[in-house]
Ligand binder design. Structure first.
Ligand code: SF4
Ligand code: SF4
Length: 169
């Protein structure tokens, strides 16, 4: 598990994550191959929850507007697979971003907590931790095995470049 920057109680009181304007969204979590396998082995998770692009498929939010992750318990704002939540969910509000052939660590400043904290020493330390973690040989290999999770997001801020000396391929 990736160490978290945003405290759990802050996220539980926020509705910024796990909710989507559209059913097909670049913001819905893209999954590692082993995460798909793990979810498919669970009998309580319908295969329809996963798209052919290896994403979690949002469902209509019956308790509000737009769409939600099928694993979100809307009433309590809890993730029902929190202990097993995907790598991308652990990483957010940081995101891996492919830009001009480079793999960048970026941050989504639509997260209100990060927006407030981005220039603090605490955030600087966390970015250093996350860069080191993602630049480890094991994580780089994992990312090379799962290029689907390195996407092109708009309007995110670059905070570091990862060690992909020969690009993503
Ligand atoms: S937007 Fe930020 S504070 Fe809100 S739930 Fe997501 S990570 Fe937590
Ligand atoms: S798996 Fe959990 S943390 Fe990830 S989007 Fe769904 S409800 Fe949110």
């Amino acid at each position: 598990m990736i160490r978290q920057f945003v405290p759990t109680e802050v996220c539980l009181a926020c509705q910024g994550c796990c909710r989507f304007k559209e059913a097909i969204s670049v913001w819905s979590p893209c999954l590692l191959d082993e995460e798909i396998q793990g979810l498919l082995e669970r009998k309580d998770i319908p295969a329809a929850a996963l798209s052919v692009e290896r994403r979690i498929m949002p469902v209509v939010n019956l308790e509000g507007e737009g769409f939600v992750c099928p694993f979100l318990k809307v009433a309590t704002n809890h993730c029902q697979i929190y202990a097993l939540r995907p790598f991308e969910c652990q990483l957010y509000p940081f995101l891996l971003n492919l830009r001009k052939g480079k793999v960048l660590l970026t941050v989504d400043l639509n997260c209100p907590y990060l927006y407030e904290k981005i220039n603090t020493p605490e955030a600087k330390d966390y970015i250093a931790y996350l860069s080191d973690y993602l630049n480890s040989a094991r994580q780089i290999q994992m990312l090379k095995n799962n290029p689907q999770i390195i996407q092109a997001y708009e309007e995110v801020r670059e905070v570091a470049e990862l060690n992909f000396p020969h690009g993503i391929k």
